[in-house]
Ligand binder design. Structure first.
Ligand SMILES: Nc1ncnc2c1ncn2[C@@H]1O[C@H](COP(=O)(O)OP(=O)(O)OP(=O)(O)O)[C@@H](O)[C@H]1O
Ligand SMILES: [Mg+2]
Length: 353
């Protein structure tokens, strides 16, 4: 097991800087996720940890050891890729035994380890099958088995669930979590799927254009996003944003389309407008004739929840209601937006106030 420390790590391909400068510590035994949109540099970071890509500047340590110049083999990491290439001509047993054979471990011990690993992953009945005789989720488990059987210092996982259908993905998420609890090995995980990151991770680093936007627990990132990028990227459906006019500074009073808000904030910048964010789940439709009068545009059902697009004046928002409230397009409703749930951002910098 290992702690992984980045000290001012940079990466360029030719003269294009794709990782600006990263300094952070992934704790020993932690489930840590790099989350961000396509092209933000997630795989590049993982490849630098694995030793598959050299760093352009800075240092990477595993515990006290500087690993910059160590080969992937010397770093003792196991990587699970998005396309979990199993050897098609080998059985499940042989696929899992392969990394140990490479290490010239004796037959009996290999047999013990394969059986132990198969038991952890629920693959006992499948050991004599070939990959083509397995479902996607079972193949994914074999790929994980092949990684964990070596008991590496660190697991690196690059979107390992993206080939699975939605239901299997959720199932495998739970398995990964259980596996991490049992093995207690440091996991560095990469995904563009915020729900997956939120469900799996102890901490998340949100990446955008090669820079860490925020690093923290899922709850911290969800409840106090540091800037508009994180605020918009985390949560589904995405956070609503609207500009509001500052009509008084202390106490802070904002106005949008005739509605006045008094958010509990002490320090407001010298700006004429602020950017206000509120999550759809924090905007509720009330049956009483109180709150903001708005008109319903679109109603979408998602399980027991209705996501309702509403507008008042020029302002459009997504709000939450429950199935059974019988809301239909064109109807007039009343919105409740608790002021403590408003997120305020500087419209110039995009930073949280
Ligand atoms: N070998 C390379 N040579 C040049 N540019 C590269 C190379 N590998 C990656 N890049 C560029 O570096 C940036 C980061 O790529 P990376 O693969 O790390 O993104 P990612 O976050 O993993 O994206 P995705 O979610 O699509 O897998 C991209 O702009 C990509 O085009
Ligand atoms: Mg990638």
């Amino acid at each position: 097991m290992a702690e992984i420390r980045f000290e001012r790590v940079r990466k360029s391909f030719k003269d294009v800087l794709v990782i600006k400068e990263i300094s952070l510590t992934i704790r020993d035994g932690e489930f840590f996720t790099f989350l961000g949109p396509s092209g933000c540099g997630k795989s590049t970071i993982l490849n630098m940890i694995a030793g598959l890509e050299p760093v352009t500047g800075g240092r990477i340590y595993f515990d006290q050891d500087l690993v910059n110049d160590l080969s992937p083999k010397e770093r003792d990491v196991a990587m699970v890729f998005q396309s979990y290439a199993l050897y098609p001509h080998m059985t499940v047993y042989e696929n899992m035994a392969f990394p140990l054979r490479m290490k010239r471990i004796d037959r009996e011990r290999i047999d013990r380890e394969v059986k132990r690993t198969a038991a952890i992953l629920g693959l006992e009945g499948l050991l004599q099958r070939k990959p083509k005789e397995l479902s996607g989720g079972q193949r994914q488990r074999v790929a994980l088995g092949r990684a964990i059987i070596r008991r590496p210092r660190v697991f690196l996982m690059d979107e390992p669930l993206s080939n699975l259908d939605a239901r299997l993905r959720v199932e495998m998420r739970a398995e990964l979590k259980r596996l991490h609890r049992e093995l207690k090995t440091t996991v560095v995980y990469v995904t563009h799927d915020q729900a997956e990151a939120m469900g799996l991770s102890e901490r998340i680093a949100v990446l955008h254009r090669g820079e860490i936007q925020q690093c923290g627990s899922p709850l911290q990132i969800y409840s106090r996003p540091r800037n508009t990028f994180v605020a918009g990227f985390i949560g589904s459906p995405s956070m609503n944003f609207f500009e509001a006019e500052v009509i008084s500074r202390s106490p802070l009073r904002l106005r949008r389309d005739g509605v006045v808000f008094e958010p509990p904030v002490t320090a407001a910048p010298e700006a004429e407008t602020l950017l206000v964010g509120i999550r759809p789940e924090d905007v509720t439709l009330s049956v009483e004739e109180t709150g903001i009068r708005a008109v319903v545009d679109i109603v979408e059902m998602e399980g027991p929840v209705l996501w309702v697009d509403v507008r008042w004046g020029e302002t459009r928002l997504k709000a939450k209601a429950s199935v059974g409230e019988g809301i239909s397009p064109g109807e007039t409703v009343h919105l409740r937006m608790p002021v403590e749930r408003l997120h305020l951002f500087d419209p110039g910098t995009g930073l949280r106030l």
